[in-house]
Design a protein around this ligand. Structure first.
Ligand code: SB7
Ligand code: NI
Length: 188
């Protein structure tokens, strides 16, 4: 089980490296990694467990954040429907690539945070509003899916980790809350 102590913090070069492609079939180590990353997200989103273990809640976790420079990330976007707790998106994405994206930009009104960044860096993180992602699941099956809005933002944050990027790289240093494109969708 991963705890906050296992999360690599900003300054560690593994967060700035381009991760290695994952080969199939997955090794037992890679299977455990995938399982443990998703388990972290589940535990972190369960109030009793996040409190018990001192976990910062997260909707995504990329392998470099636990010190493994491989193209693998867990994503768990919880349901926003109180009558149905099926997650909006739950998947371990392996070797993900954004194959196309909208011109339309988006940003979260509250900005973003990161389990690997202890300081709070305010500002809009401008991303693509819609993306098409190609990835493999834990069985090596290939998928191509379209995501929009919040799930698309989370996947871009995770795929950025795999390529050595952190969310604050995308914040305008001089004017953190400026939106150069007036068509940007700002999500609450
Ligand atoms: C806000 C938070 C996240 C993604 C997009 C917007 C995930 C935060 C947790 N992580 O650090 C995952 O890399
Ligand atoms: Ni992050």
């Amino acid at each position: 089980m991963f705890l906050m102590n296992d999360i690599v913090r900003d300054g560690d070069p593994v967060l700035r490296a381009v991760a290695k492609n994952v080969e199939f079939p997955l090794s037992d180590e890679d299977k455990k990694l995938a399982h443990d990353m998703m388990e972290y997200l589940e535990n972190s989103q369960t109030p009793e467990l996040s409190e018990k273990y001192g976990l910062r809640p997260g909707v995504g976790l990329a392998a470099p954040q636990v010190g493994v420079s491989e193209m693998m990330a867990a994503v768990l976007v919880p349901s926003n429907d109180e009558n149905d707790d099926t997650p909006v998106f739950k998947e371990v994405i392996i070797n993900p690539v954004i194959v196309s994206h909208s011109v339309q930009p988006t940003a979260l009104s509250e900005g973003e945070g990161c389990l690997s960044v202890d300081k709070d860096v305010p500002g809009y993180v401008v991303r693509h509003d819609r993306i098409t992602v190609r990835y493999q699941d834990m069985n090596g099956e290939k998928h191509q899916i379209r995501l929009r809005d919040y799930p698309a933002i989370v996947c871009q944050h995770e795929i950025d980790h795999l390529n050595g990027h952190l969310y604050y790289d995308l914040i305008n240093k001089k004017e953190p809350f400026s939106l150069p494109d007036k068509n940007t969708v700002v999500i609450d």
